[in-house]
Ligand binder design. Structure first.
Ligand SMILES: Cc1cc2nc3c(=O)[nH]c(=O)nc-3n(C[C@H](O)[C@H](O)[C@H](O)COP(=O)(O)OP(=O)(O)OC[C@H]3O[C@@H](n4cnc5c(N)ncnc54)[C@H](O)[C@@H]3O)c2cc1C
Length: 473
């Protein structure tokens, strides 16, 4: 039996209302310099809270879902559960799903060397599932001078570290950046952002921290909340979540929730375990998005009456190839999934990282193609509100129409939708999320290269070129 170590958080969250009350737990949240009294009613947080609450009301229960997949079919089902365009709306559900799989994978990898930590992780996962809580990997440190590690920073708090302990727990200090949904979820899974070297033991710390813990303070990035009518932002209105800079201001963490404490040899084990799940989910989401971009491009071409023009068809074909390549990478990652020593299937790292990398670096190109196909109205169309005016509405309908069968109203709304997806605030956010989310392209290149059979490639090249081993320099 796992004890509920944090007072007041033993509640099982079933409904949207349960979720809303679970957020009124004394958490310290700031927006634009102001303390937020209640995230559930604050205008900037409310829509994201409502989307997550709906996920609860629709019975999205992660308790059974995030157990390890044993077959290819289960793995595919799990990867796809949260990654079609509709399901992506419950981003915190998807984040929790991959976070729990990630930390379970870490437990599996720690089990031989550090069985007590593995047990604590498994206890945490069981507790989190039982209470149907939402959590997020809380990895990216402030990092200060990026050219050097924590020990050489003039301020040692640039990486989260242990600053005190007693027999029952530890005290941590530092900050983590870019944490998805931090202000509106329950638990932060704190992990070292990189491998630590000898002497850096105090920074080799991993633990689970409820957002409501005294000393946790969350500052939020400015993000876009549709300020006007839904029709202006039909895509992003359900997809924006707050992203937090999470400060750990001497936060006490009970030992039951500590998963690493100075074991530098395992400082990167956790982040690597998370990486595979985070990236396969991201790649799968990006495959679903790319499929949607194909449809959007086709709708725009038809609305402009140019869908049969060769260069337009060619541009849509380019998006088709993009969508297909990402999907192929995800499928290859599943088809080549690796059986772990514990008997579960994990997506193949090479294909997972290659798919995510390919999706990231080509995203801007694909968005540009959609902008190209839309024409300037993607940013200059009159506003949907104009459609409602008796006089101006008629003008919009007359001058925004496309070929026969494409009304001015439809074409105006389509342009607004396209703007939301590829040419407005959310589009910029999507590009940066695509690039840096789940680790930047550099990290994906490293993992892909590490997993590619380069020696085999050398042997193949030698054989093909008629070079023997002993002539090699
Ligand atoms: C929308 C969004 C959501 C995110 N969600 C989460 C989340 O939920 N949880 C989480 O933990 N993280 C999250 N991240 C963080 C993400 O993983 C990081 O953005 C990513 O790892 C890059 O780190 P950074 O932003 O600190 O960039 P930096 O590390 O500052 O990198 C900036 C540039 O410097 C280069 N660079 C950095 N260090 C070195 C070095 N030592 N040597 C050479 N070049 C270097 C990088 O390659 C890059 O080009 C999110 C990011 C975004 C954009």
């Amino acid at each position: 039996v796992v004890s509920d170590v944090h007072a007041g958080d033993g509640m099982q969250i079933r409904t949207g209302d349960d979720y809303r009350s679970s957020l009124r737990d004394g958490r310290v949240i700031y927006f634009d310099g102001q303390l937020v009294e209640d995230v559930t009613v604050h205008p900037r947080f409310q829509s994201a809270v409502e989307v997550t609450a709906r996920g609860y009301d629709q019975g999205l229960d992660l308790s059974g879902r995030s157990s390890f997949p044993a077959t290819e079919m289960e793995l595919r089902e799990q990867v796809e559960t949260f990654t079609n365009v509709q399901a992506q709306i419950d981003l915190l559900g998807a984040t929790t799903f991959s976070a729990l799989l990630g930390i379970e994978t870490a437990a599996d990898r720690l089990a031989d060397d550090l069985p007590e930590y593995a047990q604590r992780i498994n206890n945490f996962v069981a507790w989190s599932r039982r209470h149907n809580r939402r959590c997020v990997p809380t990895i990216t440190d402030a990092k200060g001078d990026r050219s050097t590690g924590p020990m050489k920073q003039s301020d040692p708090d640039q990486y989260v570290r242990v600053v005190g302990s007693d027999e029952n727990g530890i005290v941590i200090r530092g900050a983590k950046l870019h944490i998805r949904g931090a202000a509106i979820l329950h638990d932060l899974l704190v992990l070292p952002t990189k491998k630590m070297s000898p002497g850096e033991e105090e920074w080799a710390v991993a633990c689970a921290v409820p957002v409501s813990t005294p000393g946790v303070e969350i500052l939020n990035a400015g993000w876009h909340v549709p300020p006007q009518r839904d029709s202006y932002y039909p895509y992003s209105r359900n997809r924006t979540i707050p992203v937090g800079l999470v400060v750990f201001n001497d936060v006490y963490v009970p030992m039951e929730r500590v998963f690493l404490l100075g074991e530098i040899q395992h400082s990167a084990t956790l982040v690597h375990a998370f990486g595979t799940w985070d990236r396969i989910i991201s790649a799968s989401m990006m495959a679903a998005d790319a499929h949607m971009y194909v449809g959007l491009a086709q709708l725009l071409a038809e609305a402009n009456g140019v869908d049969r023009t060769w260069h337009v068809r060619d541009k849509i074909t380019e998006i088709v190839l993009h969508a297909t390549m990402i999907r192929a990478g995800v499928e290859a990652a599943i088809a080549n999934a690796e059986l772990t020593s514990s008997g579960y299937l994990a997506p193949a790292e090479l294909y997972t990282n290659a798919a995510k990398h390919y999706a990231s670096i080509n995203l801007t190109r694909v968005m540009t193609l959609v902008q190209d196909l839309a024409g300037g109205s993607i940013v200059n169309a009159p506003m949907p509100g104009d459609l409602e005016g008796a006089h101006v509405g008629e003008l919009v309908k007359k001058y925004m129409q496309g070929p026969d069968g494409i009304s001015g109203e439809y074409r105006t709304r389509l342009m607004y939708a396209a703007r939301d997806v590829v040419a407005d605030w959310f589009a910029g956010h999507t590009q940066v999320l695509g690039l840096h989310g789940a680790g930047g392209p550099y990290a994906q290149r490293l993992v892909a290269r590490k997993n590619y059979p380069v020696s085999d490639a050398k042997s193949v090249a030698r054989a093909a070129l008629g070079l023997s081993e002993d002539t090699a320099i």
